[in-house]
Design a protein around this ligand. Structure first.
Ligand SMILES: [Ca+2]
Ligand SMILES: [Ca+2]
Length: 181
């Protein structure tokens, strides 16, 4: 009788052990699924849309590199678009380039200033174009540097009172070989 009871207990223990292992496996599988979900999200968030709001610019780079008037928010009045660079000019107006400099691209609309780009560009430059695509005015920005070739567009969004920045092209590990004159 005792041996039958011992056998029964042993079988019960085995069954418990098996169910524990099964539960453990399921936990691992769930964790793996969660990990790959997160990875997917991170990849999707590489080039998110960014909303740029008006703000106070504390300090401007020393040279006004380019400026133009354009109705970029579509309200019928022109805004001032200004691009500054932290490089000095010689007596003939030629820029004395360093290995890199700070750039600032802003849209000025009355007392509001929207910084579309502010930051360092290493051996490179900013270029921008203003176009209308259908009825939508937009600014296209190209940032080229030793290890960078980034194309972005900016459109004004009435609802959020900000510029929507979209990154369309931003390849990794860029090695810049040549650009036309
Ligand atoms: Ca306007
Ligand atoms: Ca305006």
């Amino acid at each position: 009788m005792k041996s039958i009871r011992a056998l029964f207990l042993f079988a019960l223990m085995l069954a418990l052990l098996a169910s524990c292992q099964q539960a453990g496996k399921q936990e691992i599988q769930e964790k793996e699924v969660k990990t790959s979900d997160t990875e997917g999200l991170e990849t999707d968030n590489d080039d998110p849309e960014v909303s740029i709001k008006a703000k106070e610019i504390e300090s401007y780079p020393i040279s006004l590199y380019d400026q133009v008037e354009f109705d970029i928010d579509g309200d019928g009045e022109p805004e001032n678009i200004e691009m500054y660079v932290n490089a000095e000019q010689d007596g003939e107006g030629k820029y004395l380039w360093d290995d890199g400099q700070d750039w600032l691209l802003v849209v000025k609309d009355g007392d509001k200033t929207y910084p579309l780009f502010e930051g360092w560009v290493q051996i490179g430059k900013l270029s921008f174009w203003l176009i209308e695509s259908g009825e939508t005015p937009m600014l296209i920005l190209l940032k080229t540097g030793t290890a960078e070739f980034t194309l972005q567009t900016f459109t004004f969004e009435e609802k959020t009172q900000g510029f929507i920045q979209r990154t369309h092209f931003n390849p990794e590990n860029v090695n810049f070989w040549y650009g036309t004159k």
